[in-house]
Design a protein around this ligand. Structure first.
Ligand code: DP6
Length: 351
């Protein structure tokens, strides 16, 4: 666990976390400091879109160092990672870490870290890399610090870095319980990945970073006159999605997920200033999915805070969905995912 490297003591751990796609989405915050959401959200953790992260705490390192996808990370990403490491170091300082707490000289709570993180999917592909990235970072750093945290505590800690990251702690179908304080706002598994092999085919229509980060979108949500209407429908949407997942009913899940995505985008569009995440490619894919359905091909769309379209379907319809997406010029790439596992600690490290 705490290997000796040469004469140095190093606390190193690695984790793998999947991204997730929400059917009932998190949009708007009750507390922007703590990332407490206005509503519960319900998602599927993805198998084929994940982040691998290694964190090593080292005595004598002057500052945290972050590499993302084999390149030195930019200032904004480094700051966000440092803030999460600081939160975890503060916990480690408060509860002397198991295994080396008896010797203060070996407590890494004040040590800086070297962090390497790699995504299995292209950055900017409309798959939330902050969810998988901060879930993997939180679990690897907590292990590196020797912290003993429950799954709920790890999920709540991940939430502080990125709201949707709290859902990536768990595999399969996951609900984030909104809660009213840091300790009671965390995610729980609703059904395991093997419960239902739903497909999320991500139609990438833009590889560029979105203009308005979700953080800014959340903060603007309260300026929309439609936010209250969205929140009034969320409990019904959650109930419909839970029932649809339990019954493995694509049509019921798809209808509820489409309605929820459209309600999020209605809030974004009517915020002041207005937030537009769709582009022409988004519109082309949405129109196509609606037309396929009229032709009898079961497929539904959902869209996060960006232009790319997640198409929900079943494995037997995937070849048809892929073929038809191939006919839409705006679609640059299709990334096919199913339900995946929760965060796992790895015995192999990235460095
Ligand atoms: C549209 O979790 O990315 O994907 O807390 O600022 O990191 P931060 O926000 P984030 O917001 C996710 C928004 C969403 C909906 C969802 O995944 O529930």
């Amino acid at each position: 666990m705490n290997p000796q490297i040469g004469s140095e003591i190093a606390m190193k751990a690695s984790a793998r976390a999947g991204a997730n796609i929400a059917f009932v989405k998190y949009w708007g915050q009750a507390d922007p400091e703590l990332n407490l959401p206005l509503n519960n959200s319900l998602s599927m953790t993805l198998d084929n879109a994940f982040t691998l992260t290694t964190v090593e705490f080292l005595p004598g390192l002057a500052a945290d160092v972050l590499r993302l996808n084999d390149e030195p990370a930019g200032a904004a990403a480094t700051r966000r990672v440092m803030a999460q490491l600081d939160r975890l170091r503060a916990l480690a300082a408060a509860q002397p870490a198991a295994g080396f707490g008896h010797n203060p000289a070996l407590n890494p709570a004040s040590w800086r870290a070297r962090v390497e993180s790699r995504n299995s999917f292209p950055t900017g592909a409309g798959i939330a890399s902050s969810a998988s990235g901060f879930a993997a970072l939180t679990v690897a750093a907590a292990a590196g610090l020797g912290l003993d945290l429950t799954p709920a505590e790890l999920s709540a800690m991940a939430r502080l870095a990125s709201g949707s990251a709290c859902r990536s702690l768990h595999g399969g179908y996951v609900e984030w319980l909104a809660g009213t304080s840091h300790a009671d706002s965390y995610a729980v598994q609703f059904a395991p990945p093997e419960h239902w092999r739903l497909v999320d085919a991500v139609a990438v229509v833009s590889g560029e970073a979105k203009e308005v980060p979700s953080e800014a979108g959340h903060r603007l949500a309260s300026t929309s006159p439609f936010l209250a209407a969205r929140l009034a429908t969320v409990d019904g949407a959650l109930a419909a999605c839970r029932a649809a997942i339990l019954a493995r009913d694509l049509d019921a899940l798809g209808e509820a997920a489409e309605a929820d995505a459209l309600s999020l985008h209605a809030v974004a569009l009517t915020s002041r200033p207005s937030v537009w995440y769709w582009n022409c490619g988004t519109q082309a894919v949405v129109e196509a999915v609606r037309a396929w359905r009229r032709d009898g091909l079961p497929a539904y769309f959902t869209i996060d805070a960006g232009p790319n379209v997640h198409i929900l379907t079943l494995p037997e319809h995937l070849p048809a969905v892929r073929a038809r997406l191939g006919e839409i010029p705006a679609v640059k790439e299709v990334i096919v995912c199913g339900p995946g596992p929760g965060v796992t600690l790895l015995s192999e490290h990235l460095f």
